[in-house]
Ligand binder design. Structure first.
Ligand SMILES: Nc1ncnc2c1ncn2[C@@H]1O[C@H](COP(=O)(O)OP(=O)(O)O)[C@@H](O)[C@H]1O
Ligand SMILES: [Mg+2]
Length: 333
């Protein structure tokens, strides 16, 4: 497989400041709890020693956010690449180029097709090359979505600290020595990592993987508050509902923190409260959670609306009782 194909199918997106890179600044919304500090400390230690790191875990476990935060802490420009699921399995290579060409040939003359493809590969090449040459931080988000072969180019970058320049590049030498400050931060979701991809494993071998799972309750509460602006008591209720729902059915990764944030944002916007007799809260929970939760059915009928209703009611009551119990000794004093 030539270098050109290798790079071409890494679909990418870049936040640019005109120089094709960005120096991220830590967000005020970023929540720091002991759990998150521990994760970032570990990852930062590996990066400082010279390794690249990899956050692996289910969707909504904060991997991308952590990668950005970590990259920001290095205070160096960042290059971002997103793994592309369209090119996720090796049999899609042929289909991809066929698809793209036939689509374009219908509308344009052949030379336009070539130019378009060339530009796209050069564009990606430039960014990887820039990151390696200048010692920038590369964030490769969801890297296992790209075909394993697509990621080959990274093996020598990580191991030998050499970037083999693709054959399409006609000027200059055939390789580039990677700058000592270059680091890569990868994320992946093992749920999507179906089948055995030898090359992907070779890449994994050269990374230090930190497995992440859903955050602890306190972290989820703080993230929900930070992202939606709702009071702590409401955030606690929403997070407890989501955590209960994760125990329903077989996929206990859903719903994710994203559902907590979505419910929080909507009730904040509508002036509703996460309380038992708030009708707005009831329908927002139904809408957000019904789609995001594993389907449990009885005689073909979804049991989720009932289940959600029951859990919302139970958690609202429990949290209210706990709050009252906490308040009472203070008022008695
Ligand atoms: N430490 C944090 N502080 C604030 N918000 C966070 C934090 N970690 C995750 N989030 C929020 O939680 C949601 C899911 O995080 P994300 O990084 O996208 O997860 P993943 O990449 O694992 O799917 C996002 O809306 C993100 O902004
Ligand atoms: Mg992500």
């Amino acid at each position: 497989m030539g270098g050109r194909e290798n790079i071409e199918i890494i679909e990418s997106e870049i936040i640019t400041n005109g120089d094709d890179n960005v120096v991220p600044v830590a967000s005020e919304e970023f929540v720091f709890t002991p759990h998150i500090s521990m994760l970032t400390e570990r990852a930062a230690a590996y990066l400082n020693v010279g390794y690249s790191v990899h956050f692996a875990g289910p969707a909504g476990t904060g991997k991308t956010t952590l990668a950005f935060h970590l990259a920001a802490s290095r205070e160096r420009p960042v290059i971002l690449i997103h793994g592309d699921d369209e090119f996720g399995s090796s049999d899609l290579v042929g289909r991809d180029s066929g698809y793209r060409k036939s689509k374009l040939i219908d509308n344009y003359i052949h030379s336009v097709v070539r130019t378009e493809e060339e530009m796209r590969s050069l564009w990606v090449d430039n960014r990887l090359t820039t990151a390696c040459r200048e010692g920038y931080t590369l964030i490769y988000d969801e890297f296992t979505r790209s075909r394993a072969e697509a990621n080959n180019v990274l093996l020598s970058i990580l191991e030998e600290k050499i970037l083999n320049l693709p054959s399409m590049r006609r000027t200059g030498e055939g390789y580039l020595e990677v700058h000592p400050d270059f680091r890569a931060i990868f994320t992946s979701n093992p749920e999507e990592y179906a089948g055995v991809h030898k090359t992907q494993d070779a890449l994994m071998d050269r990374l230090i993987t930190i497995n992440v799972d859903h955050y602890d309750r306190e972290t989820e509460v703080q993230i929900t508050m930070s992202k939606s602006g709702i009071p702590r008591s409401d955030a606690e209720t929403i997070v407890d509902i989501i955590r209960e729902l994760r125990l329903v059915g077989v996929n206990n990764h859903r719903p994710t923190i994203r559902a907590c944030i979505a419910i929080g944002k909507v009730i904040a916007h509508l002036g509703a409260r996460a309380q038992e007799n708030d009708p707005t809260f009831d329908w927002v929970c139904q809408d957000v959670l019904n789609t995001d939760t594993v389907k449990v059915t009885r005689s073909g009928q979804s049991l989720m609306p009932e289940k959600i209703k029951e859990i919302v009611k139970r958690v609202c009551r429990k949290n209210k009782a706990e709050r009252n119990a906490k308040i009472r000794p203070v008022t008695l004093d």
